[in-house]
Write a protein that binds this ligand. Structure first.
Ligand code: PLP
Length: 292
């Protein structure tokens, strides 16, 4: 595994910028094809902690097309740690999980019901030499890792930072690292998960940074999608060579485009969009739905 931060680029997005606000996109998706985007940043301190504590196995949770699970499997393989994934529901057979398994991850399939109670699962499977990482890497250790995303970009000139929000861990890290004049806008990819704001705040040391979460771009809920979203993603790829995924970054870019059209950012805005990586969700689609 070559995690190479040098491959991350800051790119302009001409087709969106010409509609008004100046827009740049930070291509975290270029870090690594599997340990993609924000996952590497969120995981790195957990992995360091596990090694420090002399644990030999990392255990975590996720769904069938989880960027987090497959990234963890690869990262553990690289670090010569064992990995265990607890997988929600009827997930067996996904190509993402096949990759995770081939990277050495041991998979346990858990009914949707049992999956809800993570503490019970942790107790049930407890091993002294296991290190547990929350689903999606949620937690202040993950946020601390995500805050280092801004070490690779000269941040000062941006007025707004826009990112996708799943667990809110990445957003928490970005809020911690942002300047006080910057506004952070999160695009929630889950439906009506209004508790996310408190979950983000819980991760913060800093309480005075303005941030907003927008709830209107979920397209029906987590991993749900519509022909409008897929069309948008295809057009974006054809015009900008920018690959996005149906779960996170497709919705993010759709939202950014919509907000630019609505003049949400204002005239002098200089907007930084975080391409947080992971295209695993697209592997759940039938062939031919996407042009990339
Ligand atoms: C996991 C993931 C997110 C969400 O990150 P959180 O820290 O859970 O909010 C966003 N984008 C991509 C591509 C992801 O894989």
């Amino acid at each position: 595994m070559e995690i190479s931060l040098e491959q991350i680029t800051l790119e302009s997005v001409p087709s969106l910028s010409k509609k008004g606000s100046t827009l740049s996109i930070l291509r975290l998706d270029k870090v690594h094809p599997v340990v993609s985007g924000n996952k590497w940043f969120k995981l790195k301190h957990y992995l360091a902690e596990a090694l420090e504590a002399k644990k030999n196995t990392i255990a975590s949770f996720g769904g069938a097309f989880s960027n987090h699970i497959v990234a963890l499997a690869y990262a553990c393989k690289e670090l010569k740690l064992a990995s265990v994934g607890f997988i929600r529901g009827e997930a067996a057979g996904s190509i993402t999980l096949k990759d995770a398994s081939e990277a050495g991850m041991q998979l346990h399939y858990i009914s949707r019901n049992d999956f809800c109670d993570k503490n019970q699962l942790k107790n049930l499977y407890h091993q002294p030499n296991w290190y547990w990482v929350n689903e999606g890497g949620y937690g202040s250790t993950g946020a601390k890792g995500a805050s280092t995303i801004f070490e690779i970009v000269n941040l000062n000139s941006f007025t707004h930072i826009v990112c996708a929000v799943g667990t809110g861990t990445m957003m928490g890290g970005l809020i911690e690292a942002a300047y006080s004049h910057q506004k952070i806008i999160g695009i929630s990819v889950l439906k009506n998960n209004f508790s996310i704001e408190a979950e983000v705040k819980f991760l913060l040391n800093k309480q005075d940074q303005p941030f907003t979460i927008l709830y209107d771009y979920h397209f029906g809920g987590y991993a749900k999608h519509t022909p409008i979203l897929l069309n948008f993603m295809n057009e974006l790829f054809l015009s900008e060579a920018l690959p996005t995924d149906i779960v996170y970054t497709g919705k993010l870019m759709f939202a950014v485009n919509d907000l630019v059209e609505k003049k949400y950012f204002g005239d002098d805005a200089n907007v930084l969009v975080i391409h947080s990586g992971g295209l695993q969700g697209n592997r759940s689609l039938a062939k031919g739905k996407l042009v990339f």
